[in-house]
Design a protein around this ligand. Structure first.
Ligand code: C2O
Ligand code: CU
Length: 588
């Protein structure tokens, strides 16, 4: 059982326990004896079952067992201690056990709320607030049900509740470290000198585009979705003029996976101001990374990218004199940028004839906010590159699917067979050389961490270590409270920046404590994967800019701090980023 499903199971049992106790209490107060006993029995079993789920999580090395042990377990024990004995000697009047059952319900519910709302890190403040809430609710029920607690018991409960409330609130609102991300608009001009050798103009505007046989209102570059494909050769100086015709909330261009100088990174409020209607911005950078990349707006990116402000960037190697590099056009080189536009899955399927023996490269690009599953049927193939970086010694694969995270890219290569091949995305054929009817949904999925030829990690020590715990929690620091996607218990803009120095080797550990996948994306750098869930990566060195951290997973990655500036470091499920999951890497 994966840690992810264990967490889900534990949550399920916790909900069952809380609901059982509360329902039992309500039934008892309504004198529904059998219902009350039935629900209480269910709750009892669920509460005991949590002992199993919590111990299994502890044994699986789950990072956050502490909070379960410190908050959920004591409250559950208190629930059992109060409600259990009374259930064993049920009095004639079932109403007499209503308050103990309700107390057990509040205790379990309180622990559950701490887990779901407060998140990481568990704090004494949250624990005390939970206790105060449980006691207050119990006292209120006590009075409402008209039973007469002894004055003393009543006073004690009330005093403890008030005490816990005051201390808990004090601890919870105590100011934490006040982070400040210096937003750097000075824009030191880091653009390369020299004449641009590739010039493009991208004009952002609202547009109606025809997809899947219907007209869709989109935001588009040069009126098309995806935007124009930008191609260059290694060594080119690329210049892109961005204009905004009528996107009221502004646009920018971010070169996803391209480690450009900071001032060209396209993050509004950090590296530049958003380009408003009628304005323009010129980006210039050297094409010194070969491979498959993409660009997209970074202004209100969750909406802008979804509505169509994205496109492909491909940089091909420069031909070397005297070396046998296949001339452009000698092979088939196809980009497959997958996107969901107004419910229509892009790209539209396309079929072409390919001569047997022709080298083919399929560049898979996931521009959506969630993972896509790709399957290439009808031929053995290799994964030549991931996130623009070539893999070492990629073995031939057959009947194997690959999962491309949001923002990620995989290059698949093969030599065209005489029989048809087809590339499927989530079961839908998007590119083919003929008709292939193969069911690919049962295929095993490639694990890139053990694919290709291994090589030792190039560093033996790390100058900085950071831990990022990805979670959900209540964020009360803004104008309105929100249920945010959090990092280390805080949400953007309150997540302290990671401060490094030029030349540092930086390691960071990412832990997903939530129940959803978080595709992680650091700007300006590629990170080398060291391990996942404590198991070292054994395959080809994996230099990634986008990787899925699934529920319960722990990833350890590292990179050399060699590109100064202030860089966004965020979840590429863009609605998550919008809901708080953004921090910054900063050179100090
Ligand atoms: Cu592709 Cu900050 O994003
Ligand atoms: Cu996320």
């Amino acid at each position: 059982m994966s840690v992810g499903s264990l967490i889900a199971a534990d949550l399920g049992v916790a909900v069952l326990a809380a609901a059982g106790w509360l329902g039992g209490g309500a039934a008892a107060s309504a004198r529904r004896r059998r219902l009350a006993l039935g629900l209480a029995a269910l709750a009892l079993v669920a509460t005991l079952a949590r002992a199993v789920t919590i111990t299994t999580l502890v044994r699986a090395g789950w990072w956050f067992a502490a909070e379960k042990v410190l908050i959920a377990a004591p409250l559950s024990l208190a629930a059992l201690a109060v409600a259990g004995p009374r259930l064993l000697r049920v009095p004639g009047d079932i109403r007499a056990v209503a308050v103990p059952l309700l107390f057990a319900g509040y205790a379990n519910g309180g622990a559950l709320l701490v887990t779901v709302l407060h998140g990481y890190p568990a704090s004494a403040g949250a624990g005390l607030l939970a206790v105060a809430g449980v006691l207050t609710a119990t006292v209120v029920s006590w009075r409402a049900l008209g039973s007469r607690p002894s004055r003393a018991a009543y006073r004690v409960a009330l005093a403890v509740a008030v005490g816990a409330l005051v201390t808990g609130t004090g601890l919870a609102v105590a100011p934490g470290a006040a982070p400040a991300v210096p937003h750097d608009h000075r824009n030191r001009d880091e653009r390369p000198v020299g004449e641009p050798t590739r010039r493009f103009t991208l004009t952002a505007g609202t547009a109606t585009v025809r997809v899947g046989g219907r007209d869709v209102a989109a935001w588009a570059f040069n009126g098309q979705v995806p935007g124009p494909e930008l191609t260059a050769t290694a060594g080119d100086i690329i210049e892109v003029t961005l204009r905004n015709r009528d996107i009221a909330r502004g646009v920018t261009l971010h070169w996803h996976g391209y480690d450009v100088p900071n001032s060209q990174d396209g993050v509004p409020g950090v590296t530049q101001e958003a380009v408003l209607p009628g304005q323009e911005f010129v980006y210039r950078f050297r094409a010194d990374q070969v491979g498959t990349y993409w660009y997209h707006t970074h202004a209100v990116s969750d909406i802008g990218v979804r509505k169509g402000l994205y496109g492909v960037l491909v940089v091909r190697p420069a031909p070397v004199a005297g070396v046998d590099v296949p001339a452009p056009g000698a092979g088939v080189d196809v980009t497959v940028p997958v996107h969901t536009l107004a419910g229509v899955a892009l790209p539209e399927p396309r079929s072409e004839r390919v001569e047997a023996g022709t080298p083919v490269r399929l560049r898979l690009i996931n521009t959506d906010s969630t993972t896509h599953r790709y399957a290439l049927a009808g031929t053995p193939f290799q994964v030549a590159a991931i996130d623009g970086f070539d893999l070492r010694g990629p073995q031939p694969l057959r009947d194997t699917a690959v999962l491309v995270p949001a923002g990620g890219r995989y290059d698949l290569v093969f030599s065209a067979p005489a029989t048809p091949v087809a590339l499927f995305v989530d079961g839908r054929a998007v590119w083919s050389t003929g008709s292939v009817s193969t069911a690919t949904d049962r295929w095993p999925v490639l694990d890139p961490l053990s694919y290709g030829a291994g090589s030792p990690v190039p560093w033996s020590r790390f100058d900085r270590d950071f831990t990022l715990v990805l979670d959900r929690g209540l964020d009360l620091r803004g104008l309105l409270p929100r249920y945010a996607h959090t990092v280390n218990g805080a949400a953007d803009p309150d997540i302290p920046p990671q401060v490094v120095r030029l030349g540092d080797i930086v390691r960071f550990t990412i832990v997903n404590r939530s129940l959803v996948v978080h595709p992680w994306h650091l700007h300006g750098h590629h990170v080398l994967v060291l391990s996942r869930n404590g198991k070292p990566a054994t395959g080809s060195p994996l230099w990634l800019d986008s990787f899925d951290v699934r529920p319960g997973e722990v990833w350890e990655v590292a990179f050399p701090a060699d590109n100064p500036g202030v860089w966004a470091n965020h979840c590429h499920n863009l609605p998550h980023a919008e809901a708080g999951m953004v921090l910054h890497l900063m050179y100090g």
